[in-house]
Design a protein. Structure first.
Length: 394
């Protein structure tokens, strides 16, 4: 069966992501099967989805909350060996814990109940789609579908065909995501996909600037917001995401890239995690969120701010250009991903055009000359484009 508006969608795992994805599919008109090994997780998902769809109806987004809820078949019984609720599904999206063994076992067991044509998708953030697909007998029906949190709110979905996937599956899945009113982008099955790869320097280079004592976190946050128009500064954002979560992503990308120094995690972040300074959720991170604490003020020095902003932006543009160079995604999808997935004020490649590719290359070569570190190596694509006077999107 084709992936169209009539297909039945299964979601495995009713946690933060699974419940959001089930809601999106039901709002798009699909019959949905949602189950979890934890009865508590299913009860919570049911309550959250009800609240969300009622709020959507109040806001006039659609008219019938009950109809949306009635389309979701919740299974609160622990699944054990029984995955039969998914029998009728044409597409099953897994959103269970980020553990390769658990995901592989689940896919193997799902294959025993779904039809041979059913598509199996994974919402993994950090595992390769290939490693999950390899557990299946009919592995060419597997695809990555990486939603962002919260799934009903965030428009971006990274669609990840893998090297053994059947031709056209990526495009079919992307079309379905458009029907779900999402903004899908196609990406290769490489570490961090688009967003979690390209966003690394926003955090890593900012921490490096802090470690060198060039500026404190408040000043770096100020520079990125004031001059770059980012909605949150890097330190505010890391404290919001959780330093443990952000550190885990950085580590996983670094390891998956065979320890490329460009993605090296920082000791500063590791110490914060070790100390339990996880950010807002623990009361302390880069900033102090405890009662009575005051936020430090930024040194609003325009020249200092500009040097910070240009250094971080140069590193971000370099990552984006290198992702184009290595065919991770198209320039259009890379700019869409960063604006729709992490709310960057502009696409990084469009930004490079605005500043001038040769100017960005100049910033990077100065950094590389000064530090002599491979971390600052400019992408060959930037060098070629500057040499040939080319711009992105031409
Ligand atoms: N949280 C995010 O920001 C985010 C964003 C994108 C992708 N992801 C990915 O989505 C997946 C789920 O993440 P989450 O944040 O929703 O986690 P979560 O902990 O909120 O939910 C996971 C759920 O899976 C259930 N589960 C575990 N094993 C199961 C099994 N065998 N069968 C059925 N249910 C099972 C758990 O009971 C839990 O309710 C992970 O792969 C994660 O990497 C998370």
């Amino acid at each position: 069966m084709a992936l169209d508006s009539n297909c039945v969608v299964g979601v495995v795992g009713a946690g933060a992501m699974g419940s959001g994805i089930a809601q999106v599919a039901a709002v798009a008109g699909h019959r949905v099967v949602l189950a979890d090994v934890s009865e508590g997780a299913v009860a919570k998902a049911k309550a959250n989805i009800s609240r969300n769809v009622e709020r959507d109806v109040e806001k006039g987004r659609y008219s019938d909350a009950n109809a949306v809820l009635a389309r979701i078949d919740f299974h609160s019984a622990p699944l054990g060996a029984d995955l039969s609720p998914y029998e009728s599904c044409d597409l099953v999206i897994e959103a269970v814990v980020e553990d390769l063994g658990v995901k592989q076992t689940l896919f193997r067991r799902l294959e025993a109940v779904v039809s041979p044509e059913a598509v199996l998708a994974t919402n993994t953030s950090s595992l390769s789609v290939a490693s999950i697909a390899s557990a299946c007998d009919v592995s060419d029906r597997v695809v990555g579908l990486h939603f962002f949190n919260p799934a009903p709110v965030m428009p971006l979905v990274e669609v990840i065909p893998w090297l053994g996937g059947r031709a056209g599956l990526g495009d079919e899945t992307r079309d379905l995501m458009r029907q779900w009113q999402k903004t899908p982008v196609l990406t290769s099955d490489t570490p961090g996909f688009i967003v979690n790869r390209i966003a690394r320097p926003f955090y890593g280079e900012s921490i490096r600037i802090l470690e060198e004592g060039i500026a404190d976190s408040a000043t770096i946050d100020w520079a990125m917001k004031q001059l770059g128009k980012f909605r949150m500064g890097p330190f505010e954002l890391m404290d919001f995401i959780g330093n443990d979560v952000n550190y885990a992503v950085t580590r996983s990308v670094f390891e998956a890239f065979f320890y490329d120094p460009r993605y090296k995690p920082s000791l500063t972040q590791r110490r914060l995690v070790e100390a339990g300074f996880l950010g807002k959720k623990s009361g302390r991170g880069y900033y102090d969120y405890r009662d009575g604490a005051t936020k430090p003020s930024a040194a609003q020095d325009p020249a200092l701010g500009r040097s910070i902003f240009e250094r971080v932006l140069a590193m971000l543009i370099n990552e984006a250009a290198d992702a184009v160079f290595l065919k991770v995604a198209s320039p259009e999808d890379i700019d869409l991903a960063m604006t729709k997935g992490v709310n960057y004020p502009k696409g990084l490649l469009a930004w490079a055009n605005e500043i001038g590719v040769d100017c960005v290359l100049g910033w990077l070569t100065s950094l590389q000359a000064e530090y002599g570190e491979d971390r600052y190596r400019p992408s060959p694509l930037l060098r070629r484009m500057a040499r040939d006077g080319r711009r992105f999107f031409e």
